[in-house]
Design a protein around this ligand. Structure first.
Ligand code: PLP
Length: 394
């Protein structure tokens, strides 16, 4: 008999993953070229050549015992130092290896953070629409996820509701910008206002409220859009970064946490997070990948590929009469459904072999998420199918 907690988690298991499996089934039945699978955020751009070169070079040139062995739970000191220096150069911060913990992607960074900080019943606030797994990550440590309802005008956080929902039990607040599922980047003005509210509430309740910035899409922005580096605005910030999207390495499971020295109880938090990586069973981030990302510190994915997809899809869908939020970053497009029932719309789309995810999976019914990290041809060929779908409604 599995645990009662897992019974609930299995029941609510990800709609996105179920879609992905459905996509594989449809591809077998109709041929992959006739299925328009926009369900999963799996990058369609190969990692930069520098990644392959680094893997080969590192495997050939390094002492295998050192390369494949255990190291400090927090990761190799020199890798952490390289990452800290790069952040300092880019954002004018003052980090050192003492502020970096290598993780097994963003997912493990968030789990390590919540393992480190949460007592049962502690509240974690996030802004809808949000990455559905947050709920599970918080439940893992018996925390309570508190949702702020979506602001469907521009998808910046609703700050009045946020302020009203902060309580003595609020331990963490998660922000995710560029955002999955909207592609929206939270503006500097938003970050300043949000930080001001947190400062005020910490004083009022005499508590520490940690702002957790989940940043797997930081490098994926279009044009001259800037993503504010949040540690510079709010002292109690912890950043979770991942190379899953920026270097197209989601299967390799590599990322890091930034735990600034200025946060409340820094020594305890850093020490506890290092223990958390071990006792959660990750032990340490993959050793070869740590070396690879350090060697590829100035590399990122080909953003022009996603930009072309974004432009073609956004223009195509708006021309058909759909209302879409124009993404400024990440590789998701959030589209209003022409019926209130987003799940019914998703089912209707499936008739045309279009696989998309209902907004209700992200706490925002009445919308769908279209992951456009797919082949350009998939976007072009899907548009006539979207046109047929549109004819059912307009
Ligand atoms: N956070 C957000 C917002 C995501 O979209 C994802 C993955 O899609 C993750 C975290 C997990 O990423 P990782 O593969 O780095 O664990």
């Amino acid at each position: 008999m599995i645990s009662e907690k897992m019974v609930g988690l299995v029941k609510g298991s990800s709609v996105i993953r179920a879609m992905f499996e459905e996509g594989k089934r449809l591809a077998k039945e109709y041929g992959a070229e006739n299925v328009y699978d926009f369900s999963l955020g799996n990058p369609n751009v190969a990692p930069p050549q520098a990644v392959e070169d680094a893997i080969v070079d590192i495997v050939k040139s390094e002492d295998p015992l050192r390369l494949h062995g255990y190291m400090s739970n927090a990761g190799y000191e020199d890798v952490r130092d390289t990452i800290a220096s790069s952040l300092n150069e880019r954002f004018g911060t003052k980090f050192s290896e003492k502020n970096i913990i290598m993780t097994v992607g963003a997912a493990s960074g968030l789990n390590v953070t919540f393992k480190t900080l949460l007592n049962p019943g502690d509240e974690v606030i996030t802004f809808a629409p949000y990455f559905g797994e947050y709920k599970n990550y918080v439940i893992n440590y018996d925390g309570v996820l508190v949702e702020i309802s979506p602001n469907t005008v521009d998808f910046q956080p609703k700050l009045d509701e946020f302020e009203a929902k902060i309580t003595k039990k609020t331990k963490c607040v998660i922000v995710n910008s560029p955002n999955n599922p909207t592609g929206v980047v939270y503006s500097e003005e938003t970050i300043r206002a949000l930080s001001g509210i947190l400062e005020k509430k910490q004083k009022e309740f005499k508590t520490s409220i940690y702002l957790v910035s989940d940043e797997p899409y930081r490098e994926l922005v279009y044009g001259d859009v800037k993503v504010p580096y949040i540690t510079k605005y709010y002292r109690n910030t912890i950043v979770g970064y991942s190379y899953s999207k920026s270097l197209s390495l989601p299967g390799e499971r590599i990322g890091y946490l930034v735990i600034p020295s200025e946060i409340d109880d820094y020594d305890d938090v850093f020490a506890a997070a290092s223990v958390a990586t071990r006792i959660l069973g990750y032990v340490n981030a993959p050793s070869l990948m740590q070396r690879v990302v350090a060697k590829c510190i100035n590399e990122t994915t080909d953003i022009s590929y996603y930009e072309r997809n974004r432009n073609t899809l956004y223009e195509g869908l708006t021309k058909l009469g759909f209302t879409c939020q124009k993404p400024e970053g990440a590789f998701y497009l959030f589209m209003k459904t022409p019926t209130e029932d987003d799940k019914a719309f998703v089912a209707a789309a499936k008739k045309y072999n279009i696989l998309i995810v209902p907004g209700s999976s992200f706490g925002c019914p009445g919308y769908v998420r279209i992951a456009y990290c797919v082949a350009y041809e998939t976007i072009v060929n899907s548009l006539p199918k979207f046109a047929e779908l549109a004819r059912e409604y307009f």
